[in-house]
Each structure stands twice: as C-alpha cells, then as structure tokens.
Design a binder for this molecule. Structure first.
Ligand code: CO
Length: 302
C-alpha cells in the first residue's frame, strides 16, 4: 500500500517552506518597485482655446501610465505670471517635482512637450538639473524624455498624423505648416530634416517658421513655384495658441493667411495643435518610456 498518508505530514512543512520561499521574492519585488510619476513640461499657454491640445496629451499620458501621478509644469515665467494674475496659477518645474515627491514618487519621467530641442528644451533640462542639485537623493531616477522630433521615425510618425488629420484636403492642395524656430538657429537643422521627411511623404507639404531661418518669404516662393491654388495652414506646434491664432490665421494683413490670400491663394486654416493628434501623443508617450537619460547619474563609461 502507498504510504502517502503517512509521508504527507512529514513533507508538508517542507512543502510550505518551499512555497514561502518561492513567493517571497515576488512579494519583495512588488514592495520594492519604486513608485513612478510623470512630469509633463510645456512652454505653456494663456490662450484658453488652445487647451484642448494639452487636455488630449494629458489623457494619453494618464492612459499610458495608469498607476502613476501625472503632473504639469509650464516653463514660461511670463505665461505663469499671466495665468496667476487671472487666478489660474500653473506650476513650474520645481513645483512639479515637489508635487511628485509629496506623492512618494521615486522614479520621475520628465517629458518635454517641445516640438524640437531648441532653447526652451535646454532651459527645461537646466531647470531639472538645478532642482536635483537642491534636493539630492530625493529621487532614485529622473529620466528626461526628448522632444517630439528627434529621429527619422518620429518625423515619419508626425507627418502621418498631420496628414491623416487633414481629412478635407484634396491631394492637389498644399499643406503649409508653421513651426516656431529661433533667431539663433539652434533647431534649424532638425527643422530642415523634418521638412525633408515631410516632403518625402507628400511633396505638397511645405514648412516655414515664425522666428527661424526659413521664413514666410521662402514659403511663398515655394508655393508659387509649385503653382498650387489652395493651401491648408496648420501650426507645427503642440497647441494652437497665440502664434497660430495671430501670426498664422489672424485677420491682420501681415498674418500668413492674409498674405497668402493677397498673393492669390485660397486658404483654409486648421486651428488645431499637434497635441490633438493621437499619432503625436503616441510619439511623446514613447519618448517618456525610454530609460536613456537619467539625470541623477553620470553617463555610462565607454
Ligand atoms: Co513664440
């Protein structure tokens, strides 16, 4: 006869011990997994009509990081002052990091909501580093997610998202995108690379900047050379704020829309920020998930 009944009590404690050992590491890992949080850093806007884009970005991040607090920071002091005077205070980088620390966050994912790594992105990086220096040891890791347009893949994803969002445009009609740009030219080459990749996906996509090297006159010359009749305008900015509403679509005669109409083009305006396009939020979320630039650590030795 089997002696199971007799043996079982003898093996039971051993069995339970093994079970406890097997379960322990998983439990410990669960307890030890540091709490993550997301800090979304944008230049900011004081235009209420521009907010749907930020709301869409916020919703994407909350869906992608369901167990993490998602906090916002506006990097522009001018915008923050303006909002505060209107009774709608918005925090800066230090406020955002402090809020995450209060929630017990140990691993921070700072995601830049800038379009390209120009001076605003550099200022963001500096602000985060200065705050880390003031509060050493507060976080175990602080990852800095790069702006929207960095890689070839990013530009292809964004151009697909922009073109998919232009559902009323006919194929022989042009698209002209207004990027920001900067006088000192920091992101000029990212802009030119993006422009080349957009053109590859659709030769009737044109791009110029408000403040960068390639301006409206270059755009006008290109559109004239292509002999298009109708032009769809859209900001290449995360929100359709002041530049989009005034410099791009404004009624004044020096807006892009007015100058194109004066030059004989039919003009349609898409007053929609990039943040409203799901394909764009997807790129931002992918950048936030990268564990490449931990600002609390020295780069790996090579
Ligand atoms: Co500006």
């Amino acid at each position: 006869m089997f002696c199971t009944l007799r043996k079982f009590p003898r093996f039971l404690p051993l069995f339970l011990l093994l079970l406890a050992f097997a379960a322990a590491p998983a439990q410990a890992a669960e307890q030890k997994a540091p709490k993550e949080g997301v800090l979304l850093a944008a230049f900011g806007t004081s235009v209420p009509e521009a907010l749907p884009a930020f709301k869409a970005v916020d919703a994407s991040f909350r869906a992608a990081f369901p167990n993490s607090p998602v906090v916002w920071a506006y990097t522009s002091q001018i915008i923050r002052r303006k909002l505060a005077s209107q009774g709608q205070p918005a925090g800066g980088i230090s406020d955002g990091l402090a809020a995450l620390a209060r929630e017990g966050v140990k691993v921070v994912r700072v995601q830049s909501l800038h379009v390209m790594a120009g001076e605003e992105f550099t200022a963001l990086e500096r602000a985060v580093l200065l705050d880390l220096r003031k509060h050493p040891g507060r976080f175990e890791a602080v990852y800095l997610g790069r702006p929207l347009l960095e890689s070839r893949q990013d530009a292809q994803g964004v151009s697909r998202a922009v073109l998919a969002g232009m559902d009323k445009r006919r194929r022989d009609e042009a698209v002209a995108l207004m990027a920001h740009g900067q006088a000192h030219g920091r992101a000029d080459l990212v802009f030119e690379g993006t422009r080349a990749l957009f053109k590859e996906s659709d030769p009737l996509v044109f791009m110029a900047t408000v403040e960068g090297a390639r301006g409206f006159d270059d755009l006008l010359a290109e559109l004239k050379a292509r002999k298009v009749r109708k032009v769809w305008l859209q900001p290449l900015m995360v929100v359709a704020g002041d530049h989009a509403r005034n410099d791009l679509a404004g009624a004044e005669e020096d807006s892009w829309a007015s100058r194109l109409r004066a030059a004989g083009f039919q003009v349609e305006v898409n007053l929609r920020g990039l943040g409203e396009l799901p394909g764009v939020c997807h790129v931002f979320v992918a950048h936030a998930r990268e564990n490449l630039d931990d600002l609390t650590r020295e780069p790996k030795k090579r």
